[in-house]
Design a binder for this molecule. Structure first.
Ligand code: HEC
Length: 185
Protein backbone atom coordinates (compact mmCIF):
# COMPACT_ATOMS: atom_id res chain seq x y z
CA UNK A 1 0.00 0.00 0.00
CA UNK A 2 1.48 3.31 -0.93
CA UNK A 3 0.19 6.72 -0.06
CA UNK A 4 1.68 8.17 -3.21
CA UNK A 5 -0.84 6.36 -5.30
CA UNK A 6 -3.66 7.61 -3.11
CA UNK A 7 -2.49 11.18 -3.67
CA UNK A 8 -2.12 10.63 -7.39
CA UNK A 9 -5.58 9.17 -7.78
CA UNK A 10 -7.02 11.87 -5.57
CA UNK A 11 -5.66 14.51 -7.88
CA UNK A 12 -7.58 12.88 -10.73
CA UNK A 13 -10.90 12.36 -9.06
CA UNK A 14 -11.56 12.41 -5.37
CA UNK A 15 -14.81 10.48 -5.52
CA UNK A 16 -13.44 7.95 -7.98
CA UNK A 17 -10.42 7.52 -5.78
CA UNK A 18 -12.56 6.77 -2.77
CA UNK A 19 -14.81 4.29 -4.50
CA UNK A 20 -11.96 2.70 -6.41
CA UNK A 21 -9.92 2.24 -3.27
CA UNK A 22 -12.88 0.84 -1.46
CA UNK A 23 -13.52 -1.68 -4.21
CA UNK A 24 -9.86 -2.53 -4.62
CA UNK A 25 -8.70 -2.83 -1.06
CA UNK A 26 -11.74 -2.49 1.10
CA UNK A 27 -12.43 -0.24 4.10
CA UNK A 28 -8.82 -0.33 5.21
CA UNK A 29 -7.85 1.94 2.33
CA UNK A 30 -10.47 4.46 3.36
CA UNK A 31 -9.34 4.32 6.98
CA UNK A 32 -5.75 4.81 5.94
CA UNK A 33 -6.75 7.78 3.81
CA UNK A 34 -8.56 9.27 6.77
CA UNK A 35 -5.35 9.04 8.77
CA UNK A 36 -3.44 10.92 6.07
CA UNK A 37 -3.71 14.54 5.00
CA UNK A 38 -6.40 13.38 2.59
CA UNK A 39 -8.86 13.34 5.48
CA UNK A 40 -10.64 16.50 4.24
CA UNK A 41 -11.30 14.69 0.97
CA UNK A 42 -13.23 12.03 2.85
CA UNK A 43 -15.17 14.72 4.63
CA UNK A 44 -15.98 16.32 1.32
CA UNK A 45 -17.37 13.03 0.16
CA UNK A 46 -19.34 12.41 3.30
CA UNK A 47 -20.67 15.94 3.73
CA UNK A 48 -22.82 15.93 0.57
CA UNK A 49 -24.29 12.58 1.60
CA UNK A 50 -25.16 14.00 5.01
CA UNK A 51 -26.55 17.11 3.37
CA UNK A 52 -28.75 15.00 1.12
CA UNK A 53 -29.95 13.06 4.16
CA UNK A 54 -30.83 16.29 5.98
CA UNK A 55 -32.61 17.69 2.95
CA UNK A 56 -34.49 14.44 2.59
CA UNK A 57 -35.53 14.55 6.25
CA UNK A 58 -36.65 18.16 5.96
CA UNK A 59 -38.66 17.29 2.89
CA UNK A 60 -40.25 14.40 4.75
CA UNK A 61 -41.31 16.75 7.57
CA UNK A 62 -42.81 19.20 5.09
CA UNK A 63 -44.75 16.43 3.44
CA UNK A 64 -45.96 15.19 6.80
CA UNK A 65 -47.20 18.64 7.79
CA UNK A 66 -48.99 19.02 4.48
CA UNK A 67 -50.60 15.64 4.84
CA UNK A 68 -51.63 16.36 8.42
CA UNK A 69 -53.20 19.68 7.39
CA UNK A 70 -55.01 18.00 4.55
CA UNK A 71 -56.31 15.25 6.80
CA UNK A 72 -57.43 17.73 9.43
CA UNK A 73 -59.24 19.80 6.80
CA UNK A 74 -60.91 16.67 5.52
CA UNK A 75 -61.92 15.36 8.93
CA UNK A 76 -63.08 18.64 10.48
CA UNK A 77 -66.47 19.05 8.72
CA UNK A 78 -67.31 15.42 9.42
CA UNK A 79 -66.39 15.87 13.06
CA UNK A 80 -68.61 18.93 13.38
CA UNK A 81 -71.59 17.09 11.98
CA UNK A 82 -70.94 14.17 14.27
CA UNK A 83 -70.73 16.45 17.31
CA UNK A 84 -73.92 18.32 16.52
CA UNK A 85 -76.07 15.52 15.18
CA UNK A 86 -77.13 12.02 16.06
CA UNK A 87 -75.25 10.50 13.14
CA UNK A 88 -72.39 11.58 10.92
CA UNK A 89 -74.63 11.54 7.86
CA UNK A 90 -77.38 13.72 9.31
CA UNK A 91 -77.84 17.35 8.40
CA UNK A 92 -77.05 19.80 11.23
CA UNK A 93 -80.46 21.47 10.91
CA UNK A 94 -82.26 18.15 11.30
CA UNK A 95 -80.05 17.29 14.25
CA UNK A 96 -80.84 20.60 15.93
CA UNK A 97 -84.56 20.02 15.40
CA UNK A 98 -84.23 16.55 16.90
CA UNK A 99 -82.39 18.01 19.89
CA UNK A 100 -85.11 20.61 20.39
CA UNK A 101 -87.83 17.98 20.19
CA UNK A 102 -85.99 15.86 22.75
CA UNK A 103 -85.91 18.85 25.11
CA UNK A 104 -89.65 19.68 24.84
CA UNK A 105 -90.83 16.10 25.20
CA UNK A 106 -90.06 16.45 28.91
CA UNK A 107 -93.63 17.06 30.08
CA UNK A 108 -92.73 16.85 33.74
CA UNK A 109 -89.98 19.39 33.30
CA UNK A 110 -92.30 21.80 31.53
CA UNK A 111 -94.97 21.29 34.21
CA UNK A 112 -92.50 21.98 36.99
CA UNK A 113 -91.25 25.07 35.20
CA UNK A 114 -94.47 26.66 33.94
CA UNK A 115 -97.57 25.02 35.42
CA UNK A 116 -96.82 23.84 38.92
CA UNK A 117 -97.24 27.25 40.54
CA UNK A 118 -100.99 27.02 40.02
CA UNK A 119 -101.63 23.34 39.43
CA UNK A 120 -99.84 22.09 42.53
CA UNK A 121 -101.53 24.61 44.83
CA UNK A 122 -104.95 25.08 43.21
CA UNK A 123 -104.32 28.79 42.97
CA UNK A 124 -107.15 30.67 41.27
CA UNK A 125 -109.24 27.51 41.14
CA UNK A 126 -106.73 25.53 39.07
CA UNK A 127 -107.34 21.78 39.21
CA UNK A 128 -104.53 20.33 41.31
CA UNK A 129 -102.49 17.58 39.75
CA UNK A 130 -103.36 14.36 41.58
CA UNK A 131 -106.85 15.59 42.51
CA UNK A 132 -108.78 12.85 40.72
CA UNK A 133 -112.17 14.36 41.50
CA UNK A 134 -111.17 17.73 40.05
CA UNK A 135 -109.77 16.19 36.91
CA UNK A 136 -112.39 13.55 36.21
CA UNK A 137 -114.93 15.85 34.55
CA UNK A 138 -112.15 17.60 32.62
CA UNK A 139 -110.64 14.36 31.38
CA UNK A 140 -114.14 13.33 30.33
CA UNK A 141 -114.03 16.15 27.77
CA UNK A 142 -111.28 14.33 25.99
CA UNK A 143 -107.56 14.75 25.77
CA UNK A 144 -107.91 16.98 22.71
CA UNK A 145 -110.00 19.48 24.65
CA UNK A 146 -107.45 19.58 27.47
CA UNK A 147 -104.60 20.03 25.03
CA UNK A 148 -106.56 22.92 23.53
CA UNK A 149 -107.09 24.47 26.97
CA UNK A 150 -103.40 24.18 27.70
CA UNK A 151 -102.49 25.80 24.39
CA UNK A 152 -105.18 28.51 24.27
CA UNK A 153 -106.16 28.90 27.90
CA UNK A 154 -109.59 28.98 29.46
CA UNK A 155 -111.38 32.21 28.82
CA UNK A 156 -112.41 34.14 31.88
CA UNK A 157 -109.97 32.36 34.20
CA UNK A 158 -106.35 32.74 35.19
CA UNK A 159 -105.57 29.81 32.88
CA UNK A 160 -103.90 31.81 30.14
CA UNK A 161 -102.73 30.44 26.82
CA UNK A 162 -99.81 28.13 27.48
CA UNK A 163 -100.09 29.03 31.17
CA UNK A 164 -98.74 32.44 30.30
CA UNK A 165 -95.63 31.00 28.74
CA UNK A 166 -96.01 31.99 25.09
CA UNK A 167 -92.32 31.23 24.61
CA UNK A 168 -92.89 27.49 25.05
CA UNK A 169 -93.57 25.28 22.05
CA UNK A 170 -96.95 23.62 21.44
CA UNK A 171 -95.24 20.28 21.90
CA UNK A 172 -93.96 21.30 25.32
CA UNK A 173 -97.44 22.39 26.45
CA UNK A 174 -99.08 19.23 25.13
CA UNK A 175 -96.46 17.13 26.91
CA UNK A 176 -97.13 19.02 30.14
CA UNK A 177 -100.89 18.47 29.81
CA UNK A 178 -100.30 14.76 29.19
CA UNK A 179 -98.13 14.66 32.29
CA UNK A 180 -100.82 16.37 34.38
CA UNK A 181 -103.52 14.00 33.07
CA UNK A 182 -101.39 10.92 33.64
CA UNK A 183 -100.91 11.94 37.28
CA UNK A 184 -104.53 12.86 37.88
CA UNK A 185 -106.47 9.72 36.91
C1 HEC B 1 -101.61 31.34 36.77
C2 HEC B 1 -102.10 30.03 37.16
C3 HEC B 1 -102.01 28.92 36.15
C4 HEC B 1 -100.93 28.49 35.51
C5 HEC B 1 -99.51 29.04 35.62
C6 HEC B 1 -101.34 27.39 34.69
N1 HEC B 1 -102.67 27.15 34.83
FE1 HEC B 1 -103.70 25.71 33.90
N2 HEC B 1 -105.35 26.28 34.86
C7 HEC B 1 -105.45 27.34 35.76
C8 HEC B 1 -106.80 27.50 36.21
C9 HEC B 1 -107.29 28.53 37.17
C10 HEC B 1 -107.52 26.49 35.56
C11 HEC B 1 -108.99 26.22 35.69
C12 HEC B 1 -109.70 26.93 34.55
C13 HEC B 1 -111.16 26.57 34.56
O1 HEC B 1 -111.89 27.17 35.35
O2 HEC B 1 -111.52 25.62 33.78
C14 HEC B 1 -106.58 25.75 34.76
C15 HEC B 1 -106.95 24.67 33.97
C16 HEC B 1 -106.07 23.97 33.20
C17 HEC B 1 -106.43 22.80 32.41
C18 HEC B 1 -107.79 22.19 32.29
C19 HEC B 1 -108.56 22.98 31.28
C20 HEC B 1 -109.87 22.31 30.97
O3 HEC B 1 -110.29 22.46 29.78
O4 HEC B 1 -110.51 21.68 31.83
C21 HEC B 1 -105.34 22.40 31.80
C22 HEC B 1 -105.23 21.24 30.82
C23 HEC B 1 -104.28 23.28 32.19
N3 HEC B 1 -104.74 24.23 33.03
C24 HEC B 1 -102.99 23.16 31.75
C25 HEC B 1 -101.97 24.00 32.14
C26 HEC B 1 -100.62 23.87 31.72
C27 HEC B 1 -100.10 22.80 30.75
C28 HEC B 1 -99.90 24.83 32.31
C29 HEC B 1 -98.45 25.11 32.19
C30 HEC B 1 -97.90 25.25 30.86
C31 HEC B 1 -100.83 25.59 33.12
N4 HEC B 1 -102.05 25.06 33.00
C32 HEC B 1 -100.47 26.68 33.88
C33 HEC B 1 -104.39 28.14 36.16
C34 HEC B 1 -103.09 28.05 35.72
Amino acid sequence: MNEKRLHRDASKSRTLRTFADFEERGPEAIMRAVQTEDFPVIKQFVAPVLALAVIGAAHAVDLSDAQRAEIEARIKPVGDVCLQGESCGGAPAAAAAAGGAAAVIDGEGTYNMACMACHATGAGGAPKVGDLAAWEPRIAKGVEALHNSGLNGVAGTSMMAKGGRADLSDEAIIAAVDYMIANSQ
